[in-house]
Design a protein around this ligand. Structure first.
Ligand code: ATP
Ligand code: MG
Length: 560
């Protein structure tokens, strides 16, 4: 077991240890955390880790967790994302109560503090172009160069900054920079940008502002205004912490939060980058942010993953200080574990092949009993119809089977789940030689699936009566990327061309159609499925959340 897992098993991690120690030392009256998404895309399962950490700590230590939108760049942010993020956090099972905030709530205060910095000689307006600023920033091994505008007087800076605010200059004409140290070993301290000019309509402040604070400037000050005690973020912000503290140390803020960094979640076969996810949507590689192949929270929800499974996954991976890549199999394990426990069993035939049971009386049918959950007798049973014409799974028949194939083939006998033993007598083909129907006989003495003479069959197959089965569309998914470590820069090359298979001619038992919209089900031998919102009353559509474990395949072939 890895160190990360041991930590998770103990229900502890280094951040929870810090919080506990701070509370024991009476550093704070109570813990206050925040989850600070930028509304420039939908949340993904990496964000779920951050959400579970921030909200989880607040819950466990009797504190509060704020939901704060980092809405500082109207060029990229939209109300649709603000709404989606709230929906997704709630669905995950977390509640911010009254503590919903926006960085834009603080624009006036942030502006006033920026003027304070200018007055103290700690910020200046730079007229250089973005490119020149980048070029003069230096590298990891070389210091940067001072801007020719760095020594502007306070009055000129104040005047220019106010005119930036008033909208006098075009995008990119000027920025406000902190005046720190162009030779700092930490590039983030080389006079970082605090404000940039953006002429765009903001979802909340409309056209009131023409300048917007940078993440680095807005974030720490927003934390301080809200009295955040532990500002938890991902490791890439470790090098920003000196800037976070530099600003808090110099501004008349009401509190000085501490920033702590943890390792972001990375998953095999998955890219957790909003930029890539945005391009997948815009480029039409997926049907939208909630495409069931997307690693977004909206996508996994539509796919049928229960919130409980996602929370359990996050609990298991734990919180560590060094980056690593988690096996997608771990998430799949958690999904199966929850679905196996909670879903009712149903019968569906994904690729139907018609079977006529020749010795079953024409025009008759009968009711059999199917169990709803093998490990939970209280889930009860339901009636299923059996008759002369049924559908079986096309894959369960082979005309010319290899030795190890135990399912149906000419002359072979198998068990129909909950029903009878049947034997294949004849194969009916169309003009092009495709198998279109099987003629079988059944043994009436095997009702319920047991032969009184004790004879055994090696396979148990699911089926549906042709009379009562209803048509449905079923969507099967595989990983969106075929490469276990897809590259963000060239993600299109790593896309899996077979990530979606649509079965338009599937059949489902009536209990599936009668079931509720959102509840996932197990289709026996096929996996876990949930109804897709594309369903209409005439045509139900189901997503396969995930297949069953391979062990089931062994079970049905009789090799327990
Ligand atoms: P970007 O900033 O490029 O738009 P982002 O994924 O960082 O993308 P934010 O909205 O800023 O998006 O993220 C909100 C919070 O979620 C941040 O605190 C961030 O550290 C955290 N977060 C983002 N990705 C992950 C991840 N893969 N694992 C854990 N936490 C993450
Ligand atoms: Mg971010």
């Amino acid at each position: 077991m890895t160190a990360e897992l041991e930590q998770a098993d103990a229900g502890r991690d280094f951040i929870r240890d810090i919080v506990q120690a701070d509370l024991e030392a009476n550093k704070h009256a109570g813990v206050v955390t925040r989850f600070p998404p930028e509304p420039n895309g939908y949340l993904h399962i990496g964000h779920a880790k951050s959400i579970a950490l921030n909200f989880g700590i607040a819950q466990e230590f009797g504190g509060k967790c704020h939901l704060r939108f980092d809405d500082t760049n109207p060029a990229r942010e939209e109300q649709e994302y603000i709404d989606a993020i709230q929906r997704d956090v709630r669905w995950l099972g977390f509640d911010w109560g009254e503590n919903l905030f926006y960085a834009s709530d603080y624009f006036d205060q942030l502006f006033a503090w920026a003027e304070d910095l200018i007055r103290a000689g700690l910020a200046y307006v730079d007229d250089q172009s973005q490119d020149d600023i980048r070029l003069s920033r230096g590298t990891l091994t070389e210091p940067g160069k001072n801007s020719p505008f760095r020594d502007r007087g306070v009055e000129e800076n104040l005047d220019l900054f106010r005119r930036m605010k008033a909208g006098e200059f075009p995008n990119g004409a000027r920025v406000l920079r902190a005046r720190i140290d162009m030779a700092s070993g930490n590039i983030n301290l080389r006079d970082p940008v605090l404000y940039r000019i953006i002429h765009a309509e903001h979802p909340r402040t409309g056209k009131a502002w023409s300048i917007y604070p940078s993440y680095d400037y807005a974030h720490g000050q927003s934390d301080a205004i809200e009295g955040i005690t532990h500002s938890i973020c991902t490791l890439e912000f470790e090098d920003h912490r000196p800037l976070y503290d530099w600003l808090l140390d110099r501004l008349p803020v009401p509190s000085h939060p501490r920033q702590y960094e943890f390792a972001r979640l990375n998953l095999t076969y998955t890219l957790l980058s909003k930029r890539v996810l945005t391009e997948l949507v815009r480029g039409g590689h997926v049907s939208g942010w909630d495409d069931p192949r997307m690693p977004t929270i909206a996508g996994v929800r539509r796919r049928g993953v229960p919130a409980e499974a996602l929370r359990e996954f996050i609990r298991r991976i734990g919180v560590a200080k060094s980056n690593s890549v988690v096996d997608l199999g771990m998430l799949e394990f958690c999904i199966r574990e929850v679905l196996n426990r909670t879903t009712p069993r149903r019968l569906a035939v994904l690729r139907p092949l018609k079977v006529v049971i020749e010795n079953y009386p024409e025009g008759e049918s009968e009711e059999l009993e199917a169990i709803n959950h093998p490990d939970d007798p209280s889930a009860g049973t339901r009636p299923i119809r059996f008759g002369r014409e049924i559908y079986i799974e096309r894959d369960d028949f082979m005309e010319d089977p290899p030795k190890k194939f135990f399912r149906l083939s000419p002359g072979k006998e198998v068990r129909l789940r909950y029903a009878y033993f049947i034997t294949c007598r004849e194969v009916v083909k169309n003009a092009s030689g495709d198998v279109v129907e099987l003629r079988c006989t059944y043994d009436p003495a095997t009702r319920g699936g047991h032969a009184p003479d004790g004879r055994k069959v090696k396979a148990t197959m699911h089926w549906l009566s042709a009379e009562t089965a209803q048509p449905a569309e079923i969507r099967l998914y595989e990983q969106l990327f075929s490469n276990p470590s897809p590259t963000a820069a060239n993600f299109a090359a790593d896309l899996n061309p077979n990530s979606l298979e649509v079965l338009r001619d599937a059949r489902i038992e009536p209990a599936i159609a009668a079931g509720s919209d959102a509840a996932p089900m197990q289709f026996e031998r096929q996996g876990y499925f949930v109804r897709d919102p594309d369903s209409t009353p005439e045509r139900l559509v189901f997503n396969r959340t995930i297949g069953l474990r391979d062990t089931f395949a062994k079970e049905v072939t009789g090799k327990k």
